[in-house]
Design a protein. Structure first.
Length: 85
């Protein structure tokens, strides 16, 4: 079964690509701003969807689910930044 990639991860990759291409002018800077805004909104939507799914679970499952989201975010953050451990 193919694993799905979260839309926020794709946006993070696009931001990384813009940064790797070096910001060369106002076009790159505005693109970076747009992607940053999209990332904030996408993460909010993903968190909202996760919270909605967890409503149908028991209280213990909700806590575990939210911890899983936080851990996954931290792992993504660490994997994209080689300086953090």
């Amino acid at each position: 079964m193919e694993r799905r990639i979260a839309p926020s991860t794709r946006i993070e990759e696009a931001i990384e690509q813009v940064l790797l291409d070096r910001i060369g002018g106002p076009d790159h800077l505005s693109q970076l701003g747009r992607l940053g805004a999209q990332l904030i909104l996408q993460r909010a939507a993903e968190d909202e969807a996760e919270a909605f799914r967890s409503i149908r679970m028991g209280p213990h499952d909700v806590v575990q689910s939210l911890r899983g989201v936080a851990c996954a975010r931290e792992q993504r953050w660490r994997s994209t930044d080689g300086h953090r451990s």
